[in-house]
Design a binder for this molecule. Sequence first.
Ligand code: GLC
Ligand code: CA
Length: 555
Amino acid sequence: MEKAWWKEAVVYQIYPRSFMDSNGDGIGDLNGITSRLDYLKELGIDVIWLSPVYQSPNDDNGYDISDYQAIMQEFGTMEDFDKMIEGIHARGMRLVMDLVVNHTSDEHAWFLESRKSKDNPYRDYYIWREGKDGQAPNNWGSYFSGSAWQHDDATDMYYLHLFSKKQPDLNWENPKVREEVFSMMNWWCAEKGIDGFRMDVINLISKQPGLPDGPKAPKELYGYANCANGPRVHEFLKEMNQKVLSKYELITVGEAPGVTVEEAKRYAGFDEKELNMVFQFEHVGLDGGEYGKWTDKRVPLTEFKKVMSKWQTELDGQAWNSLYLGNHDQPRSISRFGDDSPEYREVCAKMLATCLHMMQGTPYVYQGEEFGMTNVPFDDISEVRDIESINAYREMSEAGLISREDMLRFICLKGRDNARTPVQWDDSENAGFTTGTPWIKVNPNYKQINAKAALEDKNSIFYYYQKLIALRKEEPVMVYGHYALLEPDHESLYVYTRSLDEQKLLVICNFTKEPAGYEVPAEFAGAQILIGNYQRDKVEGTIELKPYEAIVLKK
Ligand code: GLC
Ligand code: CA
């Protein structure tokens, strides 16, 4: 397999609103990030992916952009940005920007023009349709509840918004839209010196011709807007690659809800000239139910193994995986896939990190995950800030589908704000995130769980991540090795191997708090213990895994 720096890299995601506030207004900002670069360097990561910092009215916390070439005032200035990127590069790290071009904000200049009249030069930048019998043009629902169509009085027509009504979808069929987007991307690369893009819902940009009604499950309120992997998406991405990406040394990852392995091979195939990798969603869909994510179902380990293994083996040699358990849209990984109780939180977080980082692909660490931040006990819906959760709470309870009590409980388990409370830097007021009033509540467990405490404890989750990240630089098998699953039906152990030429790793993870027996394959007799979350001298013959134990052997 061809080597590439982005295959060997570890990416750290920053959600700027919640990372670090430098001026006491309660909102994280660019200078706050700059002040913490040494911390990230110490962790050892190679790349920072920054969630959007562009000018935005913040209907969806910056994923609704009103100017792609300006910095959101709350986050600072373009000078602050330049200082930040300089600091990142000076430390040998790189910067990935979020590219949100499936939609803009309704306050973007293009949309302000577009909505004015049917013959405005910007009209076709967006997707406008006539209503049908006084109703929306089709049955598509928005990801954030309600119809995906908004009626606009000025021209008595509807515009499409797959997300909030303040996020109108761009019309990628229009070549002018593509040129605008590509020239903006070139500006960030050539003028600002950024090192890559994480592309927001990039597989939704090509809509089905004719915009047909989507299938409607019996209890669903709206039809499913079937826009994933549309007919022209690969053509658009190849054009983007040719006109922008291929001109620089970038790392690119496309967010792709609903992507299949077959499709991923096209987006991220080594010979396809589109993207380096995609974020797939199958493993984070395993705890979904009748009403999507709003349930208390847990992920069954055997299914998790099956999905992860499918991606590992089927992309091998053909395309590249991204590896993640958490991000700004997902609950905290330790709470969701593991055990966040005081007794097991640390050991379990290390086990999950081992299981993920030992796989083939580029690992992503979400802010706070490196010291085990957990889900948040929201006591009332008024504490929740996320538009998705707030809208779903209203829609589900008003339709009588899920009670308010259950919705709040599900939001505490699955809502996006679990990942968006301030990073817990220390045990001082507001967890050291701000001297002001934070824009969203701080997780009350910050006195026990914070970065400072982790840095002071040689056995902490932080140093375990540091070791995992360092190992990646020393062990090519960790990056390029082939993956094979062992014990597929075992209900508490996840065991797999990685192999590259003569090198071979055995990864054993106990996903439960019950001890579990395991017979180590004979070929690993006398093997070295590469890393593990308990102290052990040797691992041979039949062993008993301790609660949430992880062991990696190297032969
Ligand atoms: C992506 C982002 C999410 C955002 C949505 C609309 O899924 O990760 O945060 O709300 O796109 O831009
Ligand atoms: Ca601030």
